[in-house]
Design a protein around this ligand. Sequence first.
Ligand SMILES: Nc1ncnc2c1ncn2[C@@H]1O[C@H](COP(=O)(O)OP(=O)(O)OP(=O)(O)O)[C@@H](O)[C@H]1O
Ligand SMILES: [Mg+2]
Length: 260
Amino acid sequence: MNKHISTLTLDHAGLGIPPGRYALPGEPAARLHAQAAGLDPDQFAEHLREHYTGRRPVADLTPVEFTFLRDELQEQVDDRRQQALDYFGTHVPRRFAHAEPDAPARDWAARVVAAPHDTQSLLLVGPVGVGKTHYGYSVLRAVAETGSAIKWQAYTAANLYAALRPRDDRRADSDYESIAHSPLLFVDDLGAAKLTEWAEEVTYRLINDRYERCLPSIFTTNVLPGQLGATVGDRVASRIAEMCERTALKGTDRRKKVSK
Ligand SMILES: Nc1ncnc2c1ncn2[C@@H]1O[C@H](COP(=O)(O)OP(=O)(O)OP(=O)(O)O)[C@@H](O)[C@H]1O
Ligand SMILES: [Mg+2]
């Protein structure tokens, strides 16, 4: 058996695990398991090998083979989930560390993990204080909870511009690329202020890079969709409209409620 398999050769949905690369249970472990269960080790290992090479669907594994494979892979999912939640815990601002995802947030997370290039980005729109940032981080928590190893980065737009400001060092390009090509990017507070010509150009470059690569993003803004072009430029607004499914967050400023 190979040590690793590609994303194409396991029936992730059939096994109930998120897509990704997994270390296969080694042949000795499979044989031992078969022996302990009083089964033929050769046939047991062969059935698993056939599944890895796409010749035996999950439905044609015996219950013991299925359970063995699923449990071995599930252990890796559990490890990744723990790592992803640890990453979430150390990279999320304290205020949003306990943001709990709702059903639509979990649904988007499941879709983005299963098919990152075919999932529309998220545009969270709403007035000041309704919970856009909170919601954005709750979606990232939902992604972590799937146990997927998808990497994400989060910036407020203001911090993004600070990170990408023109400078004369060799790392500037790789810093830009690490953000622009991040498998999942959260940009909070897009269009909060009218952009300078430089910021508009950087925003265009970044959004266009992600647009062309079909990379999923989460954006928040308190600018109404029809007015986004006026703050971030029409080329950016047009791409965001095509890339994103929109979630309107309604309600009052939660900060005022807190201070009452
Ligand atoms: N669903 C929620 N449950 C509990 N607290 C929430 C929820 N959503 C937001 N909050 C809290 O309400 C406050 C405002 O939320 P948040 O900062 O996400 O708003 P926002 O829409 O991003 O505001 P702004 O437009 O000013 O950036 C925060 O203290 C946040 O923790
Ligand atoms: Mg916010």
